[in-house]
Unconditional design. Sequence first.
Length: 162
Amino acid sequence: MATNLKQELVWQGRLHLGDEPGVYGDATYSGLAAELPLTVYRMDPAATSFDVVLDTENLNTFTAFPGHNPGHEITIVFYDPHATQPNQFVERPLPPVLFTTADNNHKVIPVNVGNKTGPFRVSVRFRCDTEVKPGLYDDFVWKRLSLLAKNFAFYASFGFPS
């Protein structure tokens, strides 16, 4: 059976991240970070993973600073139901991933959910690289957030439905 990849658009817009408001007049300025919530549903009980895909415009990272590990930090955070507190959730962040110039404004992040059934309440945190001096922070636009699943195993919706 051939693998059918499905990239599903979850959110599209123009969020300006950086330290110079107004650089992108057609984008909403969010400052040094932005976080978008989504809910991921499993369609295939045997599937264990999906990919989160981020697309940007003009993302650049600096490599000229010794000892600096350049990259804008992306953190996928799961909100798991609390074991004993009804209507409470526990944040479970995955290890951060760096988005760099080498990614060419397109970053794919694999996420393994194992055998948990879902739905999965997830947020995608995008934080500017602030290891360089203020005023040298990169200014870029976050354009799209998508979900990529093999054989239509997962789908996503924007936000956390009640």
